[in-house]
Ligand binder design. Structure first.
Ligand code: MBD
Ligand code: FE
Length: 282
């Protein structure tokens, strides 16, 4: 067994995601025995089919065991699941939505970011790198009526692809914030454009990617949660047209409705875009 040397930049993010998940308030799944049996039987049977189809050897079975053990030791289960599994859970959960399109949450959400009314400049460091970016829009119901006091939470990586509270050395709420809409339903965030995100190469997820010869990249993205009383909360991400890996996201979380087309900012500094959210009734 190899000792896991904590990496100050990359694999630490996966481990921190495990600690955060352990603290998270989770909706309790009701343990319906028949449903547990049906789902677990089908999952295990699907694995049996893969073993038969590929003639999996004992050496490969042992490699799988060693890798699964390492994912836990690295604390990378949230990272692994959110990158390779969550998109299908999201697809099933949101199949009936009529309004704003959702996508996966990923491992780096933190509730309770600093809140402002109508307009916010996200917390950022002096000289924060990246193109200045104005992200604004309106929250409405499905008929297009503006919703006052809707909550818009935004979090994203910095210009190096790192998230505050997961990568070290970044101020606590850097590039995380919440805006409450005014009576016109509008919100505006002043921030910077994030960089593409690379799955840490030094952990077990990185080891799988390297062993399989895949790439490790997610396109640059903004994460959002938008909610209002008696409306369904939507969790989503927005991407940048023409950006690297928009067409081949390792996490398969890009949808055509989620691709932004920013223009030069009216202020003359950086870029801006308007994107509206219509919320489904709860
Ligand atoms: C991310 O930033 C992310 O959004 C997802 C879904 C998985 C890993 C890193
Ligand atoms: Fe992300």
């Amino acid at each position: 067994m190899t000792a896991t040397v904590p990496n100050p930049t990359a694999a630490g993010s996966g481990r921190n995601a495990t600690e955060r998940f352990a603290q998270k308030e989770r909706s309790a799944a009701t343990v319906d025995q028949a449903r547990v049996s049906a789902i677990a039987t089908d999952a295990i049977t699907a694995l049996h089919e893969v073993i038969r189809k590929h003639g999996v050897t004992y050496a490969e079975y042992d490699a799988l065991k060693a890798w699964l053990i390492r994912v836990g030791e690295d604390g990378e289960w949230p990272l692994f699941l959110d990158v390779w599994v969550e998109h299908v859970v999201e697809e099933v959960a949101n199949a009936g939505r009529l309004g704003a399109v959702g996508t996966i949450e990923g491992p780096y959400y933190i509730p309770g970011s600093p809140e402002s009314r109508s307009e916010a400049t996200l917390p950022m460091r002096d000289g924060e790198q990246g193109t200045p970016f104005l992200f604004q829009g309106t929250v409405t119901d499905l008929d297009g009526n503006p919703i006052e006091d809707a909550q818009v939470e935004l979090w994203h990586a910095d210009d190096d692809g790192y998230y505050s509270q997961f990568a070290p050395g970044i101020p606590e709420w850097n590039l995380r914030g919440t805006v409450r809409t005014g009576d016109d339903g509008r919100f505006a965030f002043h921030t910077i454009k994030p960089a593409p995100y690379q799955i840490p190469t030094d952990g077990s997820c990185g080891a799988l990617i390297a062993a399989a010869g895949w790439h490790a990249w997610r396109p640059a993205h903004l994460h959002l949660k938008v909610s209002a009383p008696s409306k369904q909360l939507v969790t989503t991400q927005l991407y940048f047209a023409g950006g690297q890996h928009v067409e081949d996201d390792v996490a398969q979380a890009v949808k055509p409705e989620l691709v932004l087309h920013p223009t030069p900012a009216a202020s003359g500094r950086g870029e801006e875009v308007t994107y509206d959210f219509a919320l489904d009734p709860a």
